[in-house]
Design a protein around this ligand. Structure first.
Ligand code: GLN
Ligand code: ZN
Length: 759
């Protein structure tokens, strides 16, 4: 009789009440000492282990916990500290400096972890540095769990090849030599763990779920063979997640004791490969069966059937979520305000682990023994899905929906120029203006009922009017209302649209101590009432200059929410798009003729496998155009994206057919300029001329240089002048000064080139 083990790949760090975040921020503010920080963090860590133990998890991970980010931990562990952090000691101060920067040095770059909204710190490889083992975190956590709780846990490490692939600062040819230096250190870490009594050790190699080249596959063979040679008895579980693995046969033949596969996000490919090629008798398969990326209760009947298929190929199975539970909130238990039907149908991290253990019991003890629990689970799911108001595809409602603008870009451009009469090199901002403490406090007073609706509305209007005046005085050409009424660019729309639900404590770590609370899309999305018209029109009533209407795009709303799974994501995207189309119409009816539809999350949803990317991008373009195509020719559609991998998706950006796009460029100006040397782009475009993520105020000359460089590859008649992103996190004064400098830079260059353009 097989004995299946239950396992977790990783658990959320932040704690039920975000105690992890709060502890960190207290330390950064200086209100607690380093000693207290470490003490409190240890407490949080142990609580999480205890919780998983109580839930019945056999293989409880350690080393998934971090004081900031596990990729940074790995770099730090191997002494890979950028040399600009002069002290280069291994103190906690240095650790946080790399993540957050200090007075002298900028922080390391941060980027999204595969296709998630979790950001990791990009390791910087300096080839003159020799990696060394500075601190074996896994060992510390492993021993701690043993001593304090008597638990033998499963250490988790970020695998050497994924680590190197995520790092920057070296050429591809250097990857091999770099790994030659790192692998002995990994072996040392593993050796120390084994000596301390570790059994299974999970080594994460999610890079295997991207489109892996033959060359990289060769690296895998070399690295894992050399580890195996040194530590033939090590029980390494090579863990993959977020997609299926290509090269199935080669990977399952690597000399490791276990392979972890994602059976949720693989579109069936892993199971198919398993059935086709079988699984080695001497290895254990860790099956990612419970969705670690979404928040719905699992159809356990379906999973049991899947398990049966798996068990016919291998007898040695571990049951676990599809990936670390870092990407879902901690528990639904504390949610008191949700519809009971909805709440019952949700599973956050703790409930997912319950599902893992239930499934495991079912397999080990026979399905009969869990029949009752299965029935309860099924009932909860049924109640939830009964809530769906109507699953009709709103596209087929009979109205004709445009997915293409009436006229081509060049024709629209002429009409728009005549309509708006804005100057060459127009200046504008991305939408939000400083959200001061006063504004946040006002919102919370209003939410708590301390302020009446009308009192709050007047407060917002005063802010809008103050800033319309300021923007006029600064001499900006296209104005914004400032987004003072918005807490978050997705939540704001979700609260006003039909189909969304919001949790109170459903936080997920986004980067460092920053958490987001994604809305839940659980029924059809639909437009109910105007969402932005009042504020935008009020702003427009105060000025003769154009005010941009400001919306969040369908793909960003989709990617930053937890999405229902009974219909396709594309279907949900289309529903959101149609709701936005109505909003855009409502704005246009009120004579708002520049409308910006932000898509900052478009890039992060890009599938990991290259062969799936086109379809995603096509669908993203379709949804955007569905929302934006029905406007008049003179109405100018803007969009904004805040990342700089422009060249990569230039064709998609072009297909969106927005009249103007603004994108981030200040930190990577050179790279973007180079993109335009090789691709041509004819539509309106604003490359951010200053970095809003830093409190530093750029001078006129610096911005002029940025503009001039851009004008070497772009036509002045298509170029817009704007900051990198929204200004909501910046202070009022610094914003005023920076914008004044920006307007000045634009004016100076305008003067210089006016002549030549007119000629
Ligand atoms: N309009 C939004 C703002 O200015 C855009 C935010 C974003 O790109 N993330 O805040
Ligand atoms: Zn942005």
């Amino acid at each position: 009789m097989t004995q299946v083990l239950s396992s977790a790949i990783g658990y959320p760090r932040i704690g039920e009440n975000r105690e992890w975040k709060k502890t960190l921020e207290r330390f950064w503010k200086g209100s607690i000492s380093e000693e207290d920080l470490l003490k409190d963090m240890k407490k949080i860590r142990l609580t999480h282990l205890q919780k998983q133990n109580n839930l019945g998890i056999d293989l409880i991970p350690v080393g998934d916990f971090s004081l900031y980010d596990h990729v940074l931990d790995t770099a730090f562990m191997f002494g890979l500290i950028p040399s600009r952090f002069k002290k280069r000691d291994y103190s906690i101060t240095t650790y946080f400096d790399i993540a957050r920067g200090n007075d002298e040095s900028v922080a390391s770059e941060m980027t999204k972890w595969f296709n998630t909204n979790y950001h990791y710190i990009v390791p910087e490889i300096q080839l003159d540095q020799t990696p060394e083992l500075t601190h074996n975190y896994q060992l510390q956590y492993f021993k701690e769990a043993k001593e304090e709780l008597g638990l033998t846990t499963k250490p988790v490490l970020l695998g050497p090849i994924t680590f190197v692939k995520l790092a920057k600062g070296y050429r591809e040819a250097d990857a091999g030599p770099l790994l030659e230096k790192l692998v002995p250190l990994y072996i040392q870490v593993l050796q120390e763990l084994i000596s301390a009594g570790a059994d299974w050790i999970q080594v994460d190699e999610p890079i295997l779920c991207t489109s892996v080249s033959k060359k990289d596959l060769q690296l895998f063979k070399e690295v894992y063979h050399s580890i195996h040679q040194q530590l033939p008895g090590a029980k390494i579980l090579l863990q993959t997640y977020f997609e299926a693995i290509d090269h199935y046969e080669e990977i399952i033949s690597l000399p490791v004791a276990g392979i972890g596969l994602d059976f949720v996000h693989d579109e069936g490919a892993n199971l198919e490969a398993l059935k086709k090629h079988g699984f080695p008798k001497d290895k254990t398969l860790a099956g990612g069966l419970i969705n670690g990326r979404n928040i719905w209760r699992t159809d356990l009947e379906e999973k049991l059937a899947q398990v049966e298929e798996i068990l016919s190929e291998t007898q040695s199975l571990i049951v676990q979520p599809s990936c670390s539970l870092l990407h879902v909130p901690v528990t639904v238990e504390t949610e008191q305000e949700l519809d009971p039907e909805l709440k019952n149908g949700l599973a956050f991290a703790d409930q997912k682990l319950e599902e893992v253990t239930l499934l495991t019991r079912g397999i080990n003890n026979g399905r009969d023994l869990i029949e009752e629990e299965l029935a309860v689970q099924k009932e909860k799911r049924n109640q939830l899905w009964a809530l769906k108001q109507n699953t009709s595809d709103r596209l087929s409602e009979g109205t004709v929906h445009m997915t293409k603008r009436n006229r081509d870009y060049q024709t629209r451009k002429k009409l728009q120029e005549a309509f708006f009469k804005i100057p060459l090199l127009p200046t504008t901002t991305i939408g939000s203006l400083p959200q001061t403490k006063g504004i946040r406090q006002a919102r919370s007073k209003w939410r708590q009922g301390e302020w009446s609706d009308s009192y709050y509305e007047t407060f917002i209007e005063n802010n809008i009017s103050e800033w319309i005046n300021r923007q006029e005085e600064l001499g900006l050409d296209v104005l914004v209302h400032g987004e003072f009424e918005r807490n978050d660019m997705v939540e704001f729309f979700g609260e006003k649209l039909e189909g969304f639900a919001f949790t109170r404590f459903g936080w997920v770590q986004s980067y460092g101590s920053r958490c987001v609370k994604p809305p839940i899309i659980y029924t059809d999305v639909a437009w109910k009432e105007a969402m932005t018209v009042k504020e935008i029109c009020y702003a427009q009533s105060l000025t003769n200059k154009p005010v941009k209407g400001m919306l969040t795009g369908p793909i960003t709303i989709l990617n930053w929410s937890f999405v229902r799974e009974d219909i396709t994501r594309f279907n949900v995207a289309k529903q959101i798009a149609l709701a936005l189309e109505k909003e855009i119409k409502a704005l246009e009816e009120q004579e708002i003729r520049m409308i910006q539809v932000d898509e900052p999350a478009l890039r992060e949803g890009l599938p990991l496998k290259t062969e799936k990317q086109n379809l995603y991008l096509e669908q993203a373009v379709y949804a955007f155009k569905l929302a934006t195509s029905s406007v008049k020719n003179e109405t100018q559609i803007h969009t904004h994206m805040c990342y700089s991998e422009f060249g990569e998706i230039m064709e998609t950006i072009n297909q969106l057919d927005a009249d103007v796009i603004s994108i981030e460029a200040a930190r990577s100006h050179g790279e973007i300029i180079a993109d335009f040397e090789t691709h041509s782009y004819e539509k309106g475009i604003g490359l951010g001329v200053y970095d809003i993520h830093s409190p530093r105020i750029p001078q006129v000359e610096e911005m002029k240089t940025n503009i001039q460089r851009a004008l070497q590859v772009l036509d002045p008649r298509q170029f817009w002048i704007n900051p990198d992103c929204g200004l909501k996190t910046r202070g009022v004064e610094e914003t005023e000064t920076a914008l004044a400098n920006m307007v000045m830079a634009s004016k100076k260059i305008r003067e210089q080139i006016k002549q030549s353009v007119q000629e």
